[in-house]
Design a protein around this ligand. Structure first.
Ligand code: 8YV
Length: 327
């Protein structure tokens, strides 16, 4: 019988996934879920055939270059791959896979939830009730913004952007988007989405902007201070992608000054650190990177990781190979 690959998993995964991994592979699990330090990562890649990292592991050039020659696959648990130096991996001939598709609907749900929460002041209302300070209903208290009829600008019309557009359509929003390239005409038609070649022009005309693009060198601080200033003051932003796509310092400053109406943020530039000034603002809803956090989603992600490893170990191209050139 062929020797089972040594698979090092950096975080605690759902029990069913861990059990299956133990059956199929020589799996080294992390049952206490304490994230590995950079030094520990460098240590495990000395012996691992396959590494299964998550978004909390920084797989940089140093980790990749210090890996032993047996490391052939990084099968990441998650869709975003900005924590992995893809170029360094390619140079070393290490394949990288992710788990696309299975977290699309959950992330789109959370994006819509954040959009509604900011627009209708959900978290603020909840804080008021919990504080015991609620004085009762009033005709002009806790007023938010009507969602129906508003313009939603989606930055990044991939799987999650499209799933969000379908939801927002059902809420009566009009859909606008900016993307590196236009989506297929039938998709555009189905979503009744308006394409903006110019991000700047789109930003200046939206009521809500949602970030749904990956974080790459090309999208780092795509919402820079200059672009944030293009937004109209009643506009609000939701981000379930990566914190790095927005200049968080500029965003915080503008939110404090009322130059942007609000923000719903599931991701931050320096997770788990959050700009302390954001914590003091009422017009923001802050979540701890839980966009894809469903029981079902985590199991689906784990299954994808297993399929990628198994296919690769059997000598075939894994289904979710990440090609740096496509990012
Ligand atoms: C996960 C995510 O929480 O897949 C992503 O890109 O941000 C989330 O689904 C995380 O990546 C797990 O590694």
């Amino acid at each position: 019988e062929k020797k089972k690959p040594l698979v090092v998993v950096t975080r605690k995964l759902p029990d069913v996934i861990e059990t299956r991994m133990m059956e199929l592979f020589d799996a080294r699990l992390n049952s206490d879920d304490e994230p590995l330090t950079h030094a520990q990562l460098i240590d495990v890649v000395q012996t691992a055939d396959v590494l299964v990292p998550t978004v909390t592991d920084r797989i940089d050039r140093e980790v990749i270059e210090k890996a032993g020659p047996q490391l052939r696959l990084i099968a990441s648990f998650g869709t975003g791959v900005d924590h992995i130096d893809l170029k360094a991996a390619r140079e070393r001939g290490i394949s990288v896979t992710n788990t696309p598709g299975v977290l699309t609907e959950d992330t789109a749900d959370m994006t819509m939830a954040l959009l509604l929460a900011v627009g209708r002041r959900l978290a603020e209302g909840e804080r008021l009730v919990r504080s015991g300070q609620w004085k009762g209903w009033g005709p002009t208290t806790m007023l938010g913004h009507r969602i129906q009829g508003k313009r939603l600008g989606i930055l990044g019309m991939g799987r999650i952007g499209q799933a969000l557009a379908r939801r927002a359509r059902a809420f009566g929003m009009s859909i606008h988007y900016h993307n590196r390239r236009r989506v297929y005409p039938d998709v555009e038609q189905e979503l009744e989405a308006t394409y903006w070649d110019s991000l700047d022009q789109m930003l200046a005309r939206m009521d809500v902007v949602s970030i749904n693009c990956p974080h790459t060198p090309a999208t780092y601080h795509l919402l820079s201070e200059r672009r944030l200033k293009l937004l109209r003051p009643h506009c609000f932003i939701v981000n379930t992608s990566r914190g790095e796509v927005i200049d968080e310092t500029a965003l915080t400053r503008m939110l404090s000054k009322g130059e942007i109406a609000g923000a719903g943020l599931d991701v931050f530039e320096h997770e788990p650190a959050v700009n302390p000034k954001l914590l003091r603002l009422d017009n923001v809803v802050l979540l701890p990177h839980m966009g894809s956090a469903t029981i079902e989603g985590r199991i689906d992600m784990g299954e994808k990781v297993i399929i990628n490893i198994k296919t690769f170990a059997d000598g075939h191209a894994p289904p979710d190979r990440v090609l740096e050139t496509l990012l």
